[in-house]
Design a protein around this ligand. Structure first.
Ligand code: UDP
Length: 361
């Protein structure tokens, strides 16, 4: 297959602003390449694919970034700025797509989804968030009525945010496992990884570390400075150890030394890449039973699922974290979330769309 991928218009790949989509896209490119597919990636200028080999072409587009939907009001209107990065990326993808089999869109935005109705090249969409916009929700519903196979989701619970989708296509996610080294560190520190932004609930993880009189290592981009400083003031100095945004190679090295990862989403987390990355290093996860994490973590086997927003429940499970055999964590990722498994699911899905498209002429 020849596939054209459209990246997120929120930030360049490697900036951290695009969240999990950055790693998901890179891992998929790797999985597709290994299977012998030809991939073109259309992405913001300065993007760097973590995994691509020499066969994948990266096409840069310049322009003004979109605002992420999770930081806008649900009923906000769609905004497309002058010199729009998103429209530039779509123009480029359609141009390259004329010679390709399919376009695969990673951007959670109005324009690429609407284009599905208006060009002959099939466009598939990996929906990377729960329902975060009224306009986009309704657009997905309209496009889905005509193209029911063109949307895929990372988890069942994420897809349930779109109740009009019957039998949603669930593709999970997957990562290149050789990038993550297993570490057997039962006595290590506590870790938290993610964009520092209200929907990620860092304050609850900090509460737990504080209650145990321990430090909490925090890795990730500070997307909301005022939120970060507000949390910092809530706890004794030094509880939060800001480790910054690291590339995968360094992140996994440090993360692997943790005895547990805390994951405290306040929204319907679509998947939760960081959970799988922790498990791949052998680090068990204590997370709220909400969104994707509730489908990834096997309660009592690879970590624990705490009652959502119940910090005491987090604390209770953290105290028994050493009951988890760290080998179970790595094993789950090997059996469920490698880039090969992920790419196979995506290829099957894209083939189905191509066939349906051809049969409809
Ligand atoms: N991440 C990273 N370096 C860091 C912290 C985070 O590369 O120091 C990446 C991590 O690998 C993951 C992403 O940030 O792919 C966060 O994705 P997740 O799905 O957990 O949440 P999202 O940001 O998409 O809501």
């Amino acid at each position: 297959m020849h596939i054209v991928l459209i990246s997120t218009p929120i930030g360049f790949i490697g900036s951290g602003k695009g969240g999990g989509v950055e790693l998901t896209l890179s891992s998929l490119v790797n999985g597709l390449e290994v299977k012998g597919h030809t991939v073109d990636v259309v992405a913001p200028k300065n993007s760097k694919l973590i995994e691509a080999g020499s066969k994948t072409k990266l096409h840069f587009v310049e322009g003004k970034e979109q605002n992420s939907w999770q930081h806008q009001d649900y009923y906000s209107l769609v905004t497309i700025p002058d010199n729009s990065l998103l429209s530039g990326m779509i123009e480029k993808a359609i141009d390259i797509g004329k010679k390709a089999d399919i376009i695969l869109n990673f951007s959670y935005d109005w324009l690429p989804i609407w284009m599905t109705l208006n060009i002959d090249i099939p466009i598939a969409h990996i929906i990377s968030m729960g329902s975060e916009s009224f306009v986009i929700n309704n657009l997905i519903s309209n496009v889905y009525a005509k193209h029911p196979y063109n949307f895929a989701f990372h988890s069942k619970i994420q897809a349930s945010d779109y109740p009009f989708i019957e039998n949603p296509i669930i593709i999970g996610n997957g990562f290149k496992l050789s990038n993550y080294i297993f570490q057997d560190c039962k006595n290590g520190p506590l870790g938290w990884v993610g964009r520092v932004s209200p929907e990620k609930g860092l304050e609850d993880a900090a509460y737990v570390a504080n209650a145990l009189g321990e430090k909490l290592n925090v890795w990730g981009i500070v997307q909301d400075e005022s939120y970060a400083s507000k949390i910092e003031k809530l706890f004794s100095p030094g509880i939060l150890q800001w480790r910054g945004f690291l590339e995968t190679e360094k992140l996994q090295k440090e993360l692997g030394t943790c005895r547990a990862l805390l994951n405290t989403p306040k929204w319907n987390e679509a998947y939760g890449n960081v959970i799988v990355e922790a498990l791949a290093c052998g680090v068990p996860v204590v997370a709220y039973k909400r969104g994707g994490p509730s489908e990834i973590i096997e309660h009592g086997k690879t970590g624990f699922l705490a009652k959502p927003d119940d910090k005491e429940s987090l604390l209770k499970y953290l105290k028994i974290i050493n009951k988890i055999d760290r080998n179970n964590c790595r094993e789950w990722v090997e059996n469920n979330a490698s880039s090969d498994i992920f790419a196979s699911k995506v290829v099957d899905w894209l083939n189905m769309i191509i066939q349906v498209n051809r049969s409809q002429g």
